[in-house]
Design a protein around this ligand. Structure first.
Ligand SMILES: *Cc1c(COP(=O)(O)O)cnc(C)c1O
Length: 433
Protein backbone atom coordinates (compact mmCIF):
# COMPACT_ATOMS: atom_id res chain seq x y z
CA UNK A 1 0.00 0.00 0.00
CA UNK A 2 1.93 3.04 -1.19
CA UNK A 3 -0.93 5.53 -1.54
CA UNK A 4 -1.95 5.83 2.12
CA UNK A 5 -2.51 9.44 3.07
CA UNK A 6 0.60 9.62 5.27
CA UNK A 7 2.70 8.97 2.14
CA UNK A 8 1.16 11.73 0.07
CA UNK A 9 3.55 14.52 0.96
CA UNK A 10 6.54 12.38 -0.11
CA UNK A 11 4.74 11.35 -3.33
CA UNK A 12 3.83 14.97 -4.08
CA UNK A 13 7.39 16.10 -3.47
CA UNK A 14 9.04 13.34 -5.52
CA UNK A 15 6.49 12.80 -8.30
CA UNK A 16 4.40 16.01 -8.29
CA UNK A 17 1.09 14.11 -8.38
CA UNK A 18 -2.13 16.11 -8.12
CA UNK A 19 -4.00 15.41 -4.84
CA UNK A 20 -7.12 14.08 -6.57
CA UNK A 21 -5.05 11.53 -8.51
CA UNK A 22 -3.59 10.38 -5.18
CA UNK A 23 -7.02 10.18 -3.58
CA UNK A 24 -8.23 7.96 -6.41
CA UNK A 25 -5.09 5.82 -6.09
CA UNK A 26 -5.72 5.26 -2.39
CA UNK A 27 -9.28 4.17 -3.13
CA UNK A 28 -8.23 1.87 -5.99
CA UNK A 29 -5.49 0.24 -3.91
CA UNK A 30 -8.14 -0.74 -1.34
CA UNK A 31 -10.58 -1.88 -3.99
CA UNK A 32 -8.19 -4.29 -5.74
CA UNK A 33 -6.76 -5.82 -2.53
CA UNK A 34 -8.67 -9.15 -2.85
CA UNK A 35 -7.51 -9.69 -6.45
CA UNK A 36 -3.93 -8.78 -5.53
CA UNK A 37 -4.01 -11.27 -2.66
CA UNK A 38 -5.14 -14.05 -5.02
CA UNK A 39 -2.27 -13.21 -7.36
CA UNK A 40 0.23 -13.32 -4.50
CA UNK A 41 -1.04 -16.75 -3.44
CA UNK A 42 -0.72 -18.11 -6.98
CA UNK A 43 2.83 -16.73 -7.19
CA UNK A 44 3.73 -18.71 -4.08
CA UNK A 45 2.23 -21.90 -5.47
CA UNK A 46 4.21 -21.49 -8.67
CA UNK A 47 7.38 -20.77 -6.68
CA UNK A 48 6.91 -24.11 -4.89
CA UNK A 49 6.63 -25.89 -8.26
CA UNK A 50 9.81 -24.21 -9.51
CA UNK A 51 11.85 -24.99 -6.40
CA UNK A 52 10.70 -28.61 -6.53
CA UNK A 53 12.02 -28.82 -10.11
CA UNK A 54 15.35 -27.33 -9.04
CA UNK A 55 15.62 -29.92 -6.26
CA UNK A 56 14.92 -32.80 -8.64
CA UNK A 57 17.55 -31.61 -11.12
CA UNK A 58 19.90 -30.65 -8.28
CA UNK A 59 22.33 -28.46 -10.26
CA UNK A 60 25.72 -28.00 -8.63
CA UNK A 61 27.45 -24.66 -8.31
CA UNK A 62 29.88 -25.39 -11.16
CA UNK A 63 26.85 -25.46 -13.51
CA UNK A 64 26.58 -21.70 -13.06
CA UNK A 65 30.03 -21.05 -14.55
CA UNK A 66 29.27 -22.40 -18.02
CA UNK A 67 31.43 -23.29 -20.98
CA UNK A 68 32.72 -21.67 -24.17
CA UNK A 69 33.26 -22.94 -27.72
CA UNK A 70 31.09 -25.90 -28.66
CA UNK A 71 29.79 -26.15 -25.12
CA UNK A 72 30.05 -29.92 -24.85
CA UNK A 73 28.81 -31.22 -21.49
CA UNK A 74 27.73 -27.77 -20.34
CA UNK A 75 26.17 -28.54 -16.95
CA UNK A 76 24.33 -25.20 -16.90
CA UNK A 77 22.65 -25.94 -20.23
CA UNK A 78 21.71 -29.42 -19.08
CA UNK A 79 20.25 -28.06 -15.83
CA UNK A 80 18.28 -25.40 -17.68
CA UNK A 81 16.81 -27.93 -20.09
CA UNK A 82 15.92 -30.36 -17.33
CA UNK A 83 14.38 -27.78 -14.99
CA UNK A 84 12.37 -26.02 -17.71
CA UNK A 85 11.00 -29.36 -18.92
CA UNK A 86 9.96 -30.24 -15.36
CA UNK A 87 8.42 -26.84 -14.54
CA UNK A 88 6.38 -26.81 -17.76
CA UNK A 89 5.36 -30.47 -17.49
CA UNK A 90 7.11 -31.44 -20.73
CA UNK A 91 9.40 -34.30 -21.80
CA UNK A 92 12.21 -32.06 -22.95
CA UNK A 93 13.30 -28.45 -23.30
CA UNK A 94 15.64 -26.31 -25.36
CA UNK A 95 16.65 -23.23 -23.36
CA UNK A 96 19.39 -21.19 -24.97
CA UNK A 97 21.04 -17.77 -24.78
CA UNK A 98 21.59 -18.27 -28.54
CA UNK A 99 17.87 -17.62 -29.12
CA UNK A 100 17.94 -13.86 -29.71
CA UNK A 101 14.24 -13.38 -28.92
CA UNK A 102 10.88 -15.04 -28.51
CA UNK A 103 10.26 -14.76 -32.25
CA UNK A 104 13.51 -16.63 -32.89
CA UNK A 105 12.58 -19.45 -30.50
CA UNK A 106 9.05 -19.75 -31.93
CA UNK A 107 10.25 -19.58 -35.54
CA UNK A 108 12.83 -22.28 -34.76
CA UNK A 109 10.04 -24.47 -33.37
CA UNK A 110 7.81 -23.89 -36.41
CA UNK A 111 10.62 -24.53 -38.91
CA UNK A 112 11.47 -27.69 -36.96
CA UNK A 113 7.91 -28.98 -37.26
CA UNK A 114 7.00 -27.93 -40.79
CA UNK A 115 8.29 -28.75 -44.26
CA UNK A 116 7.09 -28.62 -47.90
CA UNK A 117 3.55 -29.96 -48.30
CA UNK A 118 2.67 -29.49 -44.63
CA UNK A 119 -0.01 -27.11 -43.42
CA UNK A 120 -0.15 -24.61 -40.61
CA UNK A 121 -3.51 -23.60 -39.18
CA UNK A 122 -3.52 -20.66 -36.79
CA UNK A 123 -6.41 -20.32 -34.36
CA UNK A 124 -6.71 -16.54 -34.14
CA UNK A 125 -4.42 -14.10 -35.96
CA UNK A 126 -0.85 -14.77 -34.80
CA UNK A 127 1.34 -12.06 -33.29
CA UNK A 128 2.79 -9.54 -35.78
CA UNK A 129 6.33 -10.98 -35.94
CA UNK A 130 5.03 -14.55 -36.26
CA UNK A 131 2.92 -13.49 -39.26
CA UNK A 132 6.14 -12.19 -40.79
CA UNK A 133 7.82 -15.59 -40.15
CA UNK A 134 4.87 -17.36 -41.79
CA UNK A 135 5.05 -14.99 -44.78
CA UNK A 136 1.57 -13.64 -45.36
CA UNK A 137 2.46 -11.57 -48.45
CA UNK A 138 1.74 -12.57 -52.03
CA UNK A 139 4.08 -14.02 -53.09
CA UNK A 140 5.51 -14.91 -49.67
CA UNK A 141 8.90 -13.41 -48.87
CA UNK A 142 11.93 -15.65 -49.31
CA UNK A 143 12.85 -17.65 -46.23
CA UNK A 144 9.34 -17.69 -44.76
CA UNK A 145 7.31 -20.83 -44.02
CA UNK A 146 5.00 -20.26 -46.98
CA UNK A 147 7.94 -19.76 -49.33
CA UNK A 148 9.14 -23.19 -48.16
CA UNK A 149 5.88 -24.73 -49.38
CA UNK A 150 3.85 -24.75 -46.17
CA UNK A 151 0.19 -23.83 -46.66
CA UNK A 152 -1.35 -21.46 -44.16
CA UNK A 153 -4.84 -20.77 -42.94
CA UNK A 154 -6.41 -18.84 -40.05
CA UNK A 155 -9.47 -19.84 -38.05
CA UNK A 156 -10.65 -16.54 -36.59
CA UNK A 157 -11.53 -16.16 -32.94
CA UNK A 158 -15.19 -15.36 -32.35
CA UNK A 159 -16.55 -12.84 -29.86
CA UNK A 160 -16.83 -15.52 -27.16
CA UNK A 161 -13.02 -15.76 -27.26
CA UNK A 162 -12.56 -19.18 -28.88
CA UNK A 163 -12.81 -20.33 -32.50
CA UNK A 164 -16.22 -20.96 -34.07
CA UNK A 165 -16.60 -24.77 -33.78
CA UNK A 166 -17.90 -25.00 -37.37
CA UNK A 167 -14.87 -23.21 -38.86
CA UNK A 168 -12.46 -25.27 -36.77
CA UNK A 169 -14.25 -28.40 -37.97
CA UNK A 170 -14.19 -27.29 -41.61
CA UNK A 171 -10.44 -26.49 -41.62
CA UNK A 172 -9.27 -29.52 -39.64
CA UNK A 173 -11.27 -32.15 -41.51
CA UNK A 174 -10.05 -31.00 -44.94
CA UNK A 175 -7.81 -33.78 -46.23
CA UNK A 176 -4.11 -32.92 -46.31
CA UNK A 177 -1.26 -35.15 -47.44
CA UNK A 178 1.37 -33.68 -45.11
CA UNK A 179 1.63 -32.90 -41.44
CA UNK A 180 -0.84 -30.52 -39.79
CA UNK A 181 0.36 -28.08 -37.16
CA UNK A 182 -2.14 -25.93 -35.24
CA UNK A 183 -0.77 -22.69 -33.81
CA UNK A 184 -2.45 -21.31 -30.70
CA UNK A 185 -1.47 -18.07 -29.02
CA UNK A 186 -2.13 -17.73 -25.32
CA UNK A 187 -1.73 -13.99 -25.02
CA UNK A 188 -3.69 -11.29 -26.75
CA UNK A 189 -0.75 -9.75 -28.62
CA UNK A 190 -1.72 -6.40 -30.11
CA UNK A 191 -5.39 -7.30 -30.30
CA UNK A 192 -8.39 -6.11 -28.34
CA UNK A 193 -9.35 -9.62 -27.32
CA UNK A 194 -9.05 -11.53 -24.12
CA UNK A 195 -6.15 -13.89 -23.66
CA UNK A 196 -6.91 -17.60 -23.87
CA UNK A 197 -7.06 -19.14 -20.40
CA UNK A 198 -5.56 -22.58 -19.84
CA UNK A 199 -9.14 -23.83 -19.59
CA UNK A 200 -9.96 -22.40 -23.05
CA UNK A 201 -6.78 -23.85 -24.51
CA UNK A 202 -7.57 -27.26 -23.02
CA UNK A 203 -10.98 -27.24 -24.70
CA UNK A 204 -9.57 -26.13 -28.05
CA UNK A 205 -6.88 -28.83 -27.87
CA UNK A 206 -9.53 -31.45 -27.06
CA UNK A 207 -11.50 -30.42 -30.19
CA UNK A 208 -8.36 -30.53 -32.31
CA UNK A 209 -7.56 -34.06 -31.07
CA UNK A 210 -11.06 -35.17 -31.96
CA UNK A 211 -11.15 -33.60 -35.42
CA UNK A 212 -7.59 -34.35 -36.51
CA UNK A 213 -5.83 -36.79 -34.17
CA UNK A 214 -2.49 -36.53 -35.99
CA UNK A 215 -2.25 -32.73 -35.78
CA UNK A 216 0.53 -31.26 -33.69
CA UNK A 217 -0.38 -28.40 -31.36
CA UNK A 218 2.11 -25.55 -31.04
CA UNK A 219 1.49 -22.82 -28.44
CA UNK A 220 2.99 -19.33 -28.48
CA UNK A 221 3.28 -18.98 -24.69
CA UNK A 222 4.76 -15.45 -24.66
CA UNK A 223 3.61 -13.40 -21.63
CA UNK A 224 1.65 -16.34 -20.23
CA UNK A 225 4.21 -18.17 -18.08
CA UNK A 226 3.30 -18.41 -14.38
CA UNK A 227 0.12 -16.33 -14.71
CA UNK A 228 -1.90 -19.48 -14.04
CA UNK A 229 -1.09 -22.72 -12.21
CA UNK A 230 -0.68 -24.74 -15.40
CA UNK A 231 1.36 -24.43 -18.59
CA UNK A 232 0.44 -25.61 -22.11
CA UNK A 233 2.36 -28.95 -22.14
CA UNK A 234 0.37 -29.98 -19.04
CA UNK A 235 -2.85 -29.75 -21.04
CA UNK A 236 -1.58 -31.56 -24.09
CA UNK A 237 0.34 -29.02 -26.22
CA UNK A 238 3.05 -30.80 -28.23
CA UNK A 239 5.46 -27.87 -28.35
CA UNK A 240 5.44 -24.42 -26.79
CA UNK A 241 7.87 -21.57 -26.38
CA UNK A 242 8.64 -17.99 -25.52
CA UNK A 243 11.19 -15.36 -24.60
CA UNK A 244 13.51 -15.14 -21.60
CA UNK A 245 13.28 -11.36 -21.52
CA UNK A 246 9.62 -11.89 -20.72
CA UNK A 247 8.09 -13.87 -17.82
CA UNK A 248 10.34 -16.94 -17.38
CA UNK A 249 13.56 -14.92 -17.33
CA UNK A 250 12.34 -13.24 -14.14
CA UNK A 251 13.84 -9.90 -15.18
CA UNK A 252 17.31 -11.35 -14.61
CA UNK A 253 18.10 -13.30 -17.79
CA UNK A 254 19.81 -10.86 -20.19
CA UNK A 255 18.72 -12.66 -23.40
CA UNK A 256 17.45 -16.01 -24.67
CA UNK A 257 14.41 -18.07 -25.48
CA UNK A 258 12.98 -21.50 -24.75
CA UNK A 259 11.00 -24.33 -26.26
CA UNK A 260 9.43 -27.13 -24.22
CA UNK A 261 7.54 -30.15 -25.46
CA UNK A 262 7.80 -33.67 -26.79
CA UNK A 263 11.35 -34.96 -27.02
CA UNK A 264 11.47 -35.69 -30.75
CA UNK A 265 9.98 -32.28 -31.58
CA UNK A 266 12.49 -30.51 -29.32
CA UNK A 267 15.27 -32.37 -31.14
CA UNK A 268 13.84 -31.35 -34.54
CA UNK A 269 13.82 -27.72 -33.39
CA UNK A 270 17.36 -28.05 -32.01
CA UNK A 271 18.54 -29.17 -35.45
CA UNK A 272 17.07 -25.95 -36.85
CA UNK A 273 18.73 -23.81 -34.18
CA UNK A 274 22.13 -25.45 -34.75
CA UNK A 275 22.40 -27.89 -37.66
CA UNK A 276 21.34 -31.42 -38.55
CA UNK A 277 23.61 -33.73 -36.59
CA UNK A 278 24.46 -31.13 -33.95
CA UNK A 279 21.00 -30.62 -32.47
CA UNK A 280 20.88 -30.00 -28.74
CA UNK A 281 24.33 -31.41 -27.98
CA UNK A 282 26.19 -28.14 -28.47
CA UNK A 283 25.69 -24.58 -27.28
CA UNK A 284 27.85 -22.91 -24.62
CA UNK A 285 26.08 -20.96 -21.88
CA UNK A 286 29.01 -18.49 -21.83
CA UNK A 287 28.55 -17.63 -18.17
CA UNK A 288 24.84 -16.82 -18.61
CA UNK A 289 23.48 -19.96 -16.96
CA UNK A 290 23.50 -18.26 -13.57
CA UNK A 291 21.23 -15.43 -14.68
CA UNK A 292 18.98 -17.77 -16.66
CA UNK A 293 18.55 -20.15 -13.72
CA UNK A 294 18.21 -17.38 -11.15
CA UNK A 295 15.66 -15.65 -13.36
CA UNK A 296 13.54 -18.80 -13.59
CA UNK A 297 13.77 -19.19 -9.82
CA UNK A 298 12.47 -15.62 -9.33
CA UNK A 299 9.96 -15.68 -12.20
CA UNK A 300 6.81 -16.71 -10.25
CA UNK A 301 7.37 -13.84 -7.80
CA UNK A 302 8.17 -11.32 -10.53
CA UNK A 303 5.15 -12.34 -12.61
CA UNK A 304 2.88 -11.87 -9.61
CA UNK A 305 4.29 -8.37 -9.06
CA UNK A 306 3.62 -7.52 -12.72
CA UNK A 307 0.08 -8.90 -12.59
CA UNK A 308 -0.69 -7.11 -9.32
CA UNK A 309 0.47 -3.87 -10.94
CA UNK A 310 -1.68 -4.51 -14.02
CA UNK A 311 -4.76 -5.07 -11.84
CA UNK A 312 -4.21 -1.69 -10.16
CA UNK A 313 -3.66 0.04 -13.50
CA UNK A 314 -6.84 -1.52 -14.96
CA UNK A 315 -8.97 -0.32 -12.07
CA UNK A 316 -7.34 3.12 -12.02
CA UNK A 317 -7.87 3.82 -15.73
CA UNK A 318 -11.39 2.45 -15.63
CA UNK A 319 -12.15 5.01 -12.92
CA UNK A 320 -10.66 7.71 -15.16
CA UNK A 321 -13.22 6.74 -17.82
CA UNK A 322 -11.17 4.59 -20.21
CA UNK A 323 -12.10 1.15 -21.56
CA UNK A 324 -9.65 -1.45 -20.26
CA UNK A 325 -9.12 -5.12 -21.04
CA UNK A 326 -9.11 -7.18 -18.94
CA UNK A 327 -11.02 -5.44 -16.16
CA UNK A 328 -9.40 -5.58 -12.71
CA UNK A 329 -11.62 -8.41 -11.50
CA UNK A 330 -11.55 -10.56 -14.63
CA UNK A 331 -9.42 -13.72 -14.87
CA UNK A 332 -5.99 -13.32 -16.51
CA UNK A 333 -3.84 -15.66 -18.55
CA UNK A 334 -1.13 -13.19 -19.56
CA UNK A 335 0.56 -10.13 -18.07
CA UNK A 336 -0.83 -7.68 -20.64
CA UNK A 337 -3.12 -4.82 -19.71
CA UNK A 338 -4.76 -3.02 -22.62
CA UNK A 339 -6.15 0.50 -22.27
CA UNK A 340 -8.11 2.10 -25.11
CA UNK A 341 -6.91 5.70 -25.41
CA UNK A 342 -8.58 6.65 -28.69
CA UNK A 343 -5.99 8.90 -30.32
CA UNK A 344 -2.39 9.03 -31.45
CA UNK A 345 -1.68 12.00 -29.12
CA UNK A 346 -3.05 10.15 -26.10
CA UNK A 347 -0.94 7.07 -26.87
CA UNK A 348 2.21 9.18 -27.11
CA UNK A 349 1.38 11.05 -23.87
CA UNK A 350 0.58 7.83 -22.00
CA UNK A 351 3.80 6.12 -23.12
CA UNK A 352 5.76 9.22 -22.11
CA UNK A 353 4.17 8.98 -18.66
CA UNK A 354 5.10 5.30 -18.29
CA UNK A 355 8.66 6.05 -19.39
CA UNK A 356 8.89 8.77 -16.73
CA UNK A 357 8.33 6.14 -14.00
CA UNK A 358 11.27 3.98 -15.15
CA UNK A 359 14.58 3.44 -13.36
CA UNK A 360 16.60 3.87 -16.59
CA UNK A 361 16.09 6.57 -19.26
CA UNK A 362 13.29 8.25 -17.33
CA UNK A 363 14.10 11.49 -19.18
CA UNK A 364 13.52 9.93 -22.63
CA UNK A 365 10.24 10.52 -24.49
CA UNK A 366 9.34 7.59 -26.78
CA UNK A 367 8.22 8.25 -30.37
CA UNK A 368 6.54 5.93 -32.92
CA UNK A 369 9.02 4.22 -35.28
CA UNK A 370 9.24 1.55 -38.00
CA UNK A 371 10.23 -1.44 -35.90
CA UNK A 372 11.62 -4.49 -37.80
CA UNK A 373 9.02 -7.26 -38.22
CA UNK A 374 5.97 -5.03 -37.61
CA UNK A 375 3.60 -3.76 -40.33
CA UNK A 376 2.46 -0.54 -38.57
CA UNK A 377 4.59 2.02 -36.78
CA UNK A 378 5.04 1.08 -33.12
CA UNK A 379 5.72 3.19 -30.04
CA UNK A 380 7.48 1.56 -27.10
CA UNK A 381 8.08 2.91 -23.63
CA UNK A 382 10.71 0.86 -21.83
CA UNK A 383 13.13 2.23 -19.29
CA UNK A 384 14.56 -1.19 -18.62
CA UNK A 385 17.79 -2.72 -17.31
CA UNK A 386 17.72 -5.31 -20.13
CA UNK A 387 17.15 -3.73 -23.54
CA UNK A 388 13.55 -4.27 -24.66
CA UNK A 389 12.73 -6.57 -21.73
CA UNK A 390 8.98 -6.56 -21.41
CA UNK A 391 8.88 -8.41 -18.08
CA UNK A 392 10.21 -5.06 -16.89
CA UNK A 393 7.55 -2.36 -17.05
CA UNK A 394 6.90 -1.41 -20.65
CA UNK A 395 4.08 -0.03 -22.72
CA UNK A 396 3.71 -0.31 -26.44
CA UNK A 397 1.17 0.34 -29.11
CA UNK A 398 0.86 -0.13 -32.84
CA UNK A 399 -0.13 3.21 -34.37
CA UNK A 400 -3.54 2.13 -35.61
CA UNK A 401 -7.17 2.45 -34.50
CA UNK A 402 -8.50 2.05 -31.83
CA UNK A 403 -5.24 3.45 -30.42
CA UNK A 404 -5.04 0.98 -27.59
CA UNK A 405 -1.87 0.81 -25.54
CA UNK A 406 -0.59 -2.49 -24.16
CA UNK A 407 1.13 -2.28 -20.79
CA UNK A 408 3.02 -5.21 -19.36
CA UNK A 409 5.65 -6.18 -16.86
CA UNK A 410 7.06 -4.51 -13.82
CA UNK A 411 9.57 -6.15 -11.51
CA UNK A 412 7.85 -4.32 -8.67
CA UNK A 413 4.11 -3.72 -8.37
CA UNK A 414 4.94 -0.40 -6.67
CA UNK A 415 6.58 0.84 -9.87
CA UNK A 416 3.59 -0.10 -12.00
CA UNK A 417 1.27 1.72 -9.62
CA UNK A 418 3.41 4.85 -9.74
CA UNK A 419 3.51 4.54 -13.54
CA UNK A 420 -0.29 4.47 -13.69
CA UNK A 421 -0.26 7.87 -12.00
CA UNK A 422 2.57 9.36 -14.07
CA UNK A 423 0.68 8.25 -17.21
CA UNK A 424 -2.60 9.70 -15.94
CA UNK A 425 -0.84 12.95 -15.06
CA UNK A 426 0.78 13.13 -18.53
CA UNK A 427 -2.65 12.71 -20.18
CA UNK A 428 -4.15 15.35 -17.93
CA UNK A 429 -1.39 17.88 -18.67
CA UNK A 430 -2.32 17.64 -22.36
CA UNK A 431 -6.04 17.89 -21.65
CA UNK A 432 -6.56 14.24 -22.66
CA UNK A 433 -7.95 12.88 -19.38
C1 LIG B 1 6.56 -10.89 -27.49
C2 LIG B 1 5.79 -11.87 -28.28
C3 LIG B 1 6.38 -12.66 -29.26
C4 LIG B 1 7.84 -12.62 -29.59
O1 LIG B 1 8.39 -11.38 -29.55
P1 LIG B 1 9.95 -11.10 -29.31
O2 LIG B 1 9.96 -9.64 -29.16
O3 LIG B 1 10.62 -11.60 -30.51
O4 LIG B 1 10.37 -11.83 -28.09
C5 LIG B 1 5.59 -13.58 -29.92
N1 LIG B 1 4.29 -13.71 -29.64
C6 LIG B 1 3.69 -12.98 -28.69
C7 LIG B 1 2.24 -13.18 -28.41
C8 LIG B 1 4.42 -12.04 -27.98
O5 LIG B 1 3.83 -11.32 -27.03
Amino acid sequence: MIFKRDNWSALRRDFEFDPDLLALAEEVEERVAPQVEAVRARGERNAVRVLAAFRRAAPQSHALAGTTGYGYDDAGREALDRIYADVFGAEAALVRPQFVSGTHALATGLFGLLGPGDRLIAVGEPYDTIRTVIGTGDPPARGTLRALGVTYDVVPLADHGGPEPSSLHERLTRPSPGRTVVLLQRSRGYAWRRSLAMEDLAQIIASIRELCPDALVFVDNCYGEFVEDREPPMIGADLCGGSLIKNPGGGIAPTGGYLVGRRELIEAAAERLTAPGLGSHVGPTLGLARTMLQGLFLAPQVVSQAVAGAIFLACYFEHLGFAVSPRFNEPRSDIIQAVKLGSREAVIAFCGGIQAASPIDSQARPEPWDMPGYADQVIMAAGTFVQGASIELSADAPMRAPFAVYVQGGLLAAQVKLAALTAAQALRERGLA
